[in-house]
Design a protein around this ligand. Structure first.
Ligand code: MG
Length: 242
């Protein structure tokens, strides 16, 4: 599969401003079977997008409006070995389908959403559950429980330009045993709705990333644990905490 890009955008340094006080830190992701990387833009994550996960969190199943939070670019990692956080606060795994945007757009019509998809990856929305609980109880933002370094491991992105994924098994194993198992067809707000909805609030650009929510079965991750995540038609992700 070929992906048409503006190659001027890919030339290192050619469009780089020369008056920066210091060199900007580049955050990028690797693509399966492709030599170019993708610069990471905004990262949005939807909450409670699978009914059984909302149930296990003792939260209501809301079908009217999705809600989102963000993670910073340094949350993304494609390394297998990840340092276990010093302050885990009940670190938990949430396996998620990750969508990468390939075409700029705002106020995108639902039926046009697929044109903005560049590809997919398998991701884990690592969450410090105890910190999140405290934030929730105090009506405070979730940033520190969701946006810490390496809190969003993802697989190589699989190019799937203009393809809307509507179904596919999604699974996570912890040290070999299945903890999360579902199908992306269970999403309350499918990928096209998430893209359309988000674009009513912000302009989506190539390199923006959407975490699409997790099926039931989230649970604790300990030091030295191994996570294997898989999404049918997308790929595999292996993470070991050291
Ligand atoms: Mg999540």
């Amino acid at each position: 599969m070929t992906y048409q890009v503006n190659h001027r955008q890919l030339l290192n340094g050619n469009n780089m401003k020369d008056n920066f006080l210091f060199k900007p830190k580049n955050h990028s992701i690797k693509i399966l079977n492709h030599k170019n990387d993708i610069p990471i833009g905004k990262i949005f994550c939807v909450g409670r997008n699978y009914p059984k996960h909302a149930e296990e969190m003792n939260e209501p199943i809301e079908r009217d409006e999705p809600f989102f939070f963000s993670k910073p670019p340094q949350s993304i990692t494609q390394e297998t070995l990840i340092s276990y956080p010093n302050n885990p606060n009940n670190l938990q795994h949430e396996v998620e389908l990750v969508v990468v945007i390939g075409l700029e757009g705002k106020e995108i019509q639902l039926k046009e959403s697929y044109k903005h998809i560049l590809g997919y990856a398998v991701g884990i929305d690592l969450t410090k559950r105890e910190l999140q609980k405290i934030a929730k109880a105090n009506s405070k933002p979730w940033d520190l429980s969701k946006g810490f370094d390496n809190s969003a491991p993802i697989s190589l992105m699989k190019l799937n330009q203009n393809i809307l994924l509507r179904e596919g098994k999604i699974e996570l194993r912890l040290n070999g045993s299945i903890k999360q198992s579902g199908n992306i067809s269970e999403m309350i707000w499918p990928v096209d709705q998430l893209i359309s909805y988000l674009s009513n609030f912000i302009t989506l650009y190539p390199g923006d990333i959407i975490f699409t929510g997790t099926p039931a079965g989230v649970g604790k991750v300990l030091k030295n644990d191994k996570i294997e995540a898989w999404i049918e038609g997308v790929g595999n992700l292996e993470v070991i905490f050291n």
